[in-house]
Design a binder for this molecule. Structure first.
Ligand SMILES: [Zn+2]
Length: 259
Protein backbone atom coordinates (compact mmCIF):
# COMPACT_ATOMS: atom_id res chain seq x y z
CA UNK A 1 0.00 0.00 0.00
CA UNK A 2 1.23 3.45 -0.91
CA UNK A 3 1.25 5.86 2.04
CA UNK A 4 0.36 9.54 2.01
CA UNK A 5 3.69 11.40 2.06
CA UNK A 6 4.30 10.82 -1.65
CA UNK A 7 4.53 14.60 -2.13
CA UNK A 8 7.89 14.80 -0.32
CA UNK A 9 10.27 14.53 -3.33
CA UNK A 10 8.42 17.14 -5.41
CA UNK A 11 8.24 19.61 -2.51
CA UNK A 12 11.94 19.23 -1.68
CA UNK A 13 13.04 19.37 -5.32
CA UNK A 14 10.84 22.45 -5.73
CA UNK A 15 13.00 24.14 -3.08
CA UNK A 16 16.10 23.41 -5.18
CA UNK A 17 17.26 20.56 -2.96
CA UNK A 18 18.98 17.36 -3.98
CA UNK A 19 16.69 14.35 -3.52
CA UNK A 20 17.29 10.61 -3.74
CA UNK A 21 14.30 8.27 -3.54
CA UNK A 22 15.17 5.02 -1.76
CA UNK A 23 13.76 1.79 -3.22
CA UNK A 24 10.34 0.94 -1.78
CA UNK A 25 9.88 4.23 0.06
CA UNK A 26 6.28 4.80 -1.05
CA UNK A 27 5.03 1.62 0.66
CA UNK A 28 7.32 1.85 3.70
CA UNK A 29 5.81 2.79 7.06
CA UNK A 30 4.19 1.51 10.24
CA UNK A 31 0.80 2.35 8.78
CA UNK A 32 -0.06 5.82 7.52
CA UNK A 33 0.39 9.25 9.05
CA UNK A 34 -2.37 11.24 10.69
CA UNK A 35 -2.69 14.94 9.86
CA UNK A 36 0.84 16.22 9.35
CA UNK A 37 1.37 19.23 11.63
CA UNK A 38 5.12 19.71 11.71
CA UNK A 39 8.63 18.30 11.77
CA UNK A 40 10.94 16.86 14.41
CA UNK A 41 14.62 17.45 13.67
CA UNK A 42 17.10 14.77 14.74
CA UNK A 43 20.74 13.86 14.32
CA UNK A 44 21.63 10.27 13.44
CA UNK A 45 24.43 9.76 16.00
CA UNK A 46 25.93 7.57 13.27
CA UNK A 47 29.49 7.13 11.99
CA UNK A 48 31.69 10.13 11.24
CA UNK A 49 32.68 8.94 7.77
CA UNK A 50 30.45 8.88 4.72
CA UNK A 51 27.63 11.01 3.37
CA UNK A 52 24.68 9.10 4.80
CA UNK A 53 26.06 6.07 6.68
CA UNK A 54 22.89 5.78 8.78
CA UNK A 55 20.61 5.26 5.80
CA UNK A 56 20.38 1.52 6.32
CA UNK A 57 19.55 1.69 10.03
CA UNK A 58 16.95 4.44 9.51
CA UNK A 59 15.35 2.36 6.76
CA UNK A 60 15.47 -1.07 8.38
CA UNK A 61 15.68 -0.25 12.07
CA UNK A 62 17.58 -1.78 14.96
CA UNK A 63 17.14 -5.10 16.77
CA UNK A 64 14.99 -3.33 19.37
CA UNK A 65 13.06 -1.03 16.99
CA UNK A 66 11.80 -1.89 13.52
CA UNK A 67 12.34 0.61 10.69
CA UNK A 68 11.54 3.02 9.25
CA UNK A 69 12.95 5.26 11.98
CA UNK A 70 12.28 8.49 10.03
CA UNK A 71 10.81 9.56 6.72
CA UNK A 72 13.92 11.47 5.66
CA UNK A 73 17.67 11.15 6.03
CA UNK A 74 19.72 14.26 5.32
CA UNK A 75 23.21 13.53 4.03
CA UNK A 76 26.24 15.61 4.93
CA UNK A 77 26.25 17.01 1.39
CA UNK A 78 22.68 18.31 1.75
CA UNK A 79 20.97 15.44 -0.13
CA UNK A 80 17.56 14.37 1.18
CA UNK A 81 17.09 10.60 1.02
CA UNK A 82 13.39 9.70 0.99
CA UNK A 83 13.05 6.61 3.16
CA UNK A 84 9.32 6.30 3.92
CA UNK A 85 5.94 7.73 2.92
CA UNK A 86 4.27 6.31 6.00
CA UNK A 87 4.52 6.62 9.77
CA UNK A 88 8.01 6.19 11.20
CA UNK A 89 9.25 5.54 14.73
CA UNK A 90 11.30 8.61 15.65
CA UNK A 91 9.46 10.70 18.22
CA UNK A 92 8.92 8.69 21.41
CA UNK A 93 7.23 10.30 24.38
CA UNK A 94 6.96 14.08 24.20
CA UNK A 95 5.01 17.23 23.58
CA UNK A 96 5.46 20.15 21.22
CA UNK A 97 2.83 22.87 20.89
CA UNK A 98 0.29 20.48 22.38
CA UNK A 99 1.02 17.65 19.95
CA UNK A 100 1.86 14.49 21.89
CA UNK A 101 1.46 11.78 19.24
CA UNK A 102 4.68 12.77 17.52
CA UNK A 103 5.00 9.84 15.13
CA UNK A 104 1.49 10.40 13.74
CA UNK A 105 1.74 14.16 13.31
CA UNK A 106 5.42 15.03 12.80
CA UNK A 107 7.67 14.13 9.90
CA UNK A 108 11.05 12.93 11.16
CA UNK A 109 14.26 14.16 9.60
CA UNK A 110 17.42 12.30 10.63
CA UNK A 111 20.35 14.53 9.67
CA UNK A 112 23.72 12.82 9.49
CA UNK A 113 25.88 13.93 12.42
CA UNK A 114 27.67 12.07 15.18
CA UNK A 115 26.33 14.46 17.79
CA UNK A 116 29.79 14.32 19.36
CA UNK A 117 32.63 16.78 19.76
CA UNK A 118 34.23 15.37 16.59
CA UNK A 119 31.47 16.93 14.47
CA UNK A 120 30.51 19.98 16.46
CA UNK A 121 30.56 22.13 13.34
CA UNK A 122 27.89 20.91 10.93
CA UNK A 123 28.74 21.12 7.22
CA UNK A 124 27.30 24.43 6.00
CA UNK A 125 25.68 22.77 2.99
CA UNK A 126 23.91 20.28 5.25
CA UNK A 127 22.64 22.94 7.66
CA UNK A 128 21.46 25.07 4.75
CA UNK A 129 19.56 22.14 3.22
CA UNK A 130 18.14 21.27 6.66
CA UNK A 131 16.54 24.71 7.03
CA UNK A 132 15.37 24.85 3.40
CA UNK A 133 13.86 21.37 3.60
CA UNK A 134 11.94 22.28 6.77
CA UNK A 135 10.76 25.55 5.22
CA UNK A 136 9.50 23.77 2.09
CA UNK A 137 7.62 21.10 4.08
CA UNK A 138 6.07 23.63 6.49
CA UNK A 139 4.95 25.82 3.59
CA UNK A 140 3.41 22.81 1.86
CA UNK A 141 1.45 21.64 4.92
CA UNK A 142 0.48 25.20 5.80
CA UNK A 143 2.26 25.27 9.18
CA UNK A 144 4.19 28.06 10.87
CA UNK A 145 7.95 27.85 11.59
CA UNK A 146 7.23 27.10 15.28
CA UNK A 147 5.96 23.67 14.15
CA UNK A 148 9.51 22.67 13.36
CA UNK A 149 11.15 21.49 16.58
CA UNK A 150 14.20 19.64 17.76
CA UNK A 151 13.83 16.19 19.29
CA UNK A 152 15.47 17.72 22.38
CA UNK A 153 12.58 20.19 22.59
CA UNK A 154 9.83 17.63 22.03
CA UNK A 155 11.09 14.79 24.23
CA UNK A 156 9.72 14.17 27.72
CA UNK A 157 11.14 14.08 30.31
CA UNK A 158 13.29 17.12 29.49
CA UNK A 159 16.84 16.11 28.67
CA UNK A 160 15.81 12.65 27.42
CA UNK A 161 17.15 13.51 23.95
CA UNK A 162 20.09 15.72 22.96
CA UNK A 163 19.39 15.99 19.25
CA UNK A 164 20.02 17.77 17.04
CA UNK A 165 23.23 18.58 18.94
CA UNK A 166 24.91 21.94 18.44
CA UNK A 167 21.91 23.44 16.67
CA UNK A 168 20.18 26.30 18.45
CA UNK A 169 16.60 25.58 17.44
CA UNK A 170 15.46 29.19 18.00
CA UNK A 171 18.13 30.43 15.59
CA UNK A 172 17.27 27.56 13.23
CA UNK A 173 13.59 28.58 13.22
CA UNK A 174 14.60 32.18 12.49
CA UNK A 175 16.43 30.93 9.40
CA UNK A 176 13.40 28.82 8.43
CA UNK A 177 11.18 31.88 8.89
CA UNK A 178 13.44 33.97 6.65
CA UNK A 179 13.45 31.28 3.94
CA UNK A 180 9.65 30.98 4.09
CA UNK A 181 9.35 34.76 3.83
CA UNK A 182 11.60 34.75 0.77
CA UNK A 183 14.19 36.88 2.56
CA UNK A 184 16.93 34.31 1.96
CA UNK A 185 17.75 33.75 -1.69
CA UNK A 186 17.14 30.30 -3.11
CA UNK A 187 20.23 28.14 -3.46
CA UNK A 188 21.80 27.78 -6.89
CA UNK A 189 20.33 24.96 -8.92
CA UNK A 190 22.06 21.65 -8.20
CA UNK A 191 24.82 21.00 -10.68
CA UNK A 192 24.27 17.70 -12.53
CA UNK A 193 27.01 15.17 -11.89
CA UNK A 194 29.89 15.34 -14.35
CA UNK A 195 29.67 13.01 -17.31
CA UNK A 196 32.95 11.07 -17.21
CA UNK A 197 35.18 11.89 -20.17
CA UNK A 198 35.96 8.92 -22.44
CA UNK A 199 39.37 7.41 -21.70
CA UNK A 200 42.16 8.96 -23.74
CA UNK A 201 44.01 6.59 -26.06
CA UNK A 202 47.61 5.95 -25.02
CA UNK A 203 50.02 8.39 -26.66
CA UNK A 204 51.62 7.14 -29.85
CA UNK A 205 55.38 7.29 -29.44
CA UNK A 206 57.04 9.59 -31.92
CA UNK A 207 59.05 7.80 -34.59
CA UNK A 208 61.73 10.43 -34.20
CA UNK A 209 63.11 10.98 -30.70
CA UNK A 210 62.67 14.49 -29.35
CA UNK A 211 66.02 16.25 -29.45
CA UNK A 212 67.37 17.24 -26.06
CA UNK A 213 66.63 20.74 -24.87
CA UNK A 214 69.60 23.02 -25.15
CA UNK A 215 69.84 26.14 -23.02
CA UNK A 216 70.77 29.20 -25.07
CA UNK A 217 72.95 32.07 -23.94
CA UNK A 218 70.07 33.70 -22.03
CA UNK A 219 69.48 30.57 -20.03
CA UNK A 220 66.19 30.03 -21.84
CA UNK A 221 65.30 26.71 -23.29
CA UNK A 222 65.48 26.59 -27.08
CA UNK A 223 64.44 23.76 -29.30
CA UNK A 224 66.70 22.74 -32.20
CA UNK A 225 64.83 22.24 -35.49
CA UNK A 226 63.09 18.87 -35.58
CA UNK A 227 64.70 16.09 -37.56
CA UNK A 228 63.13 15.17 -40.91
CA UNK A 229 60.65 12.37 -40.43
CA UNK A 230 60.78 9.41 -42.74
CA UNK A 231 57.79 9.54 -45.08
CA UNK A 232 55.19 6.97 -44.07
CA UNK A 233 55.31 3.62 -45.89
CA UNK A 234 58.80 4.16 -47.40
CA UNK A 235 59.96 0.76 -46.10
CA UNK A 236 57.14 -0.92 -48.03
CA UNK A 237 58.28 0.68 -51.28
CA UNK A 238 61.85 -0.45 -50.62
CA UNK A 239 60.72 -4.00 -49.92
CA UNK A 240 58.66 -4.02 -53.12
CA UNK A 241 61.63 -2.78 -55.17
CA UNK A 242 63.84 -5.45 -53.59
CA UNK A 243 61.33 -8.25 -54.33
CA UNK A 244 60.91 -7.10 -57.95
CA UNK A 245 64.69 -6.95 -58.30
CA UNK A 246 65.09 -10.53 -56.98
CA UNK A 247 62.34 -11.83 -59.29
CA UNK A 248 63.94 -10.17 -62.32
CA UNK A 249 67.39 -11.62 -61.50
CA UNK A 250 65.90 -15.07 -60.90
CA UNK A 251 64.01 -14.94 -64.21
CA UNK A 252 67.14 -13.78 -66.01
CA UNK A 253 69.23 -16.64 -64.55
CA UNK A 254 66.49 -19.17 -65.36
CA UNK A 255 66.29 -18.02 -68.99
CA UNK A 256 70.06 -18.22 -69.32
CA UNK A 257 70.27 -21.74 -67.90
CA UNK A 258 67.47 -22.90 -70.21
CA UNK A 259 69.01 -21.42 -73.34
ZN1 LIG B 1 16.07 12.05 17.76
Amino acid sequence: MTYSLTWLPAVLKGAGLKVVEQPGWKTRGHGDMGKVQGIICHHTAGPLKGNAPSLNIVTNGRPDLKGPLAQLVLGRDGTFYIVAAGLSYHAGKGNWQGVTAGNSHFIGIEAENTGLANEKAWPAVELDAYARGCAAILAYIGAKPIMCCGHKEYAIPKGRKPDPANIDMNAFRKTVTAIMAGVVAAPPRPIPPDVPAPPRPPPIPDAVPTPPRVPDDNGDITFPPPLEKQPRGSWKIRLLVFVVFVVVIAAFLLLRSNS
